[in-house]
Design a protein around this ligand. Structure first.
Ligand SMILES: Nc1ncnc2c1ncn2[C@@H]1O[C@H](COP(=O)(O)OP(=O)(O)OP(=O)(O)O)[C@@H](O)[C@H]1O
Length: 287
C-alpha cells in the first residue's frame, strides 16, 4: 500500500504560479526587539483552495507566521504578500478572516449580532447584516439559535458562532489559530468534519490552520507544514494525498496511521540539532 503522505518539494515550489499564490512568504525572518529570533528564512507559497496546517512544538513561531500573514506585525527580513498585495491591505479589503482558540464573543449581544459584527463595522445595512448572519449560522448548523446569548451555548456552539462570524464576510483566506484546542474530543471531531464541509462548499476559500494535534492536521489538510524552533522555520512540507470528502472511516484507516507516523517522524527529526540524524525508524530496522 502506498503511503498517503509524501514529502513535497520545498513549499515554495508547490504553487503552480507564484503570482497566483494566496499567501507568499519569501525569505521571511522575524526578530523581536528583545533579540528573540522567532523566525528565520521562511519560504511558503499557498495556492487558492488549499487547507494547510502548521504543526510544531510550542514556541516554534506558528502564531508569529499567522500574525505576519494577518498584517498584525511586520517581518524584519523578507516579504509577505497576501493575494498579491500587502497583508494590511488584504485585511482592510475584508479578504482575510480569523478564528482563534478563544471565540471572544460579545456577552451581551445575540448570536446573530455577534456574527453580523464584521458587517456592522464595515457599514452594511441592518437587513443585509441579519440576512448574511443567518446564512452563516445556517452554514455552521446553528439556525434556530439566532436570538440566543453566548452564555446559553456550549463551548462547541460558541466556536461555531466564531466560525460563522469569520465566514460572514465571505473571506478568501481563513486563518485559524488552534480553534478547536479547548474542545472535548467528540466536539472537536464534529467541528473538523464541519470545517471540511464548509471549506469544500466555499468557492476556492483557502484555510491556514495551526494545531498541536497531528491527528487533526492529517484529517484536515491538503498539506502540513512541520515547523522547527530556534529559530522558527518550516522544516518539512508534507502532502496528504487522501482525496476529499474524507469520511470518518479515514481516521481509523491504515493510511491515516501511516500519515500520522510520517508527520510524527518529521516533527521528531525537526527537533534534533542541525546535522544530527534521526534514530532509525521501525521501518528502517526491518529492511
Ligand atoms: N512580542 C514578542 N516579543 C518577544 N518575543 C516574542 C514575542 N512574541 C513571540 N515571541 C517569541 O517568539 C517565539 C515564537 O512564538 P510564537 O508564539 O509564534 O510560537 P508558537 O509556535 O505559536 O507557540 P505556541 O504553540 O506555544 O502558541 C517564542 O520564542 C516566543 O517567546
Amino acid at each position: 500500500m502506498s503511503t498517503p503522505v509524501r514529502t513535497a518539494p520545498p513549499v515554495s515550489a508547490t504553487a503552480a504560479d507564484p503570482d497566483a499564490a494566496v499567501v507568499a512568504l519569501d525569505g521571511v525572518g522575524k526578530t523581536f526587539a528583545n533579540g528573540t529570533a522567532a523566525l528565520a528564512d521562511v519560504q511558503l507559497e499557498v495556492a487558492p483552495g488549499e487547507l494547510v496546517s502548521f504543526v510544531g512544538p510550542s514556541g516554534c513561531g506558528k502564531s508569529t507566521v499567522f500574525r505576519l500573514i494577518a498584517g498584525l506585525a511586520d517581518p524584519t527580513r523578507g516579504t509577505v504578500s497576501v493575494m498579491g498585495t500587502s497583508p494590511q491591505r488584504a485585511r482592510r479589503d475584508g479578504s482575510v478572516a480569523y478564528v482563534f482558540q478563544d471565540p471572544t464573543l460579545l456577552p451581551w449581544a445575540s448570536v446573530r449580532d455577534n456574527v453580523a459584527l464584521p458587517l456592522r463595522l464595515r457599514g452594511d445595512g441592518r437587513r443585509e447584516r441579519a440576512a448574511a448572519a443567518d446564512r452563516a449560522l445556517e452554514l455552521v448548523g446553528l439556525d434556530g439559535h439566532e436570538r440566543d446569548l453566548p452564555r446559553q451555548l456550549s463551548g462547541g456552539m460558541r466556536m461555531r458562532v466564531s466560525i460563522a462570524r469569520a465566514l460572514v464576510s465571505r473571506p478568501r483566506l481563513l486563518l485559524m489559530d488552534e480553534p478547536f484546542g479547548a474542545l472535548d474530543e467528540i466536539t472537536r471531531q464534529a467541528l473538523q468534519g464541519e470545517l471540511l464541509r464548509i471549506w469544500r462548499q466555499a468557492d476556492d476559500m483557502t484555510v491556514l490552520f495551526v494545531t498541536h494535534n497531528v491527528f487533526e492536521a492529517v484529517y484536515l489538510s491538503t498539506r502540513i507544514a512541520v515547523m522547527a524552533p530556534r529559530p522558527g522555520r518550516i522544516a518539512a512540507a508534507l502532502t496528504v494525498a487522501e482525496p476529499y470528502p474524507r469520511e470518518a472511516a479515514f481516521r481509523t484507516s491504515p493510511q491515516f496511521s501511516a500519515a500520522v507516523a510520517e508527520v510524527g517522524a518529521a516533527l521528531h527529526a525537526s527537533a534534533l540539532p542541525a546535522g544530527a540524524s534521526a534514530p532509525a525508524t521501525e521501518a528502517d530496522r526491518v529492511q
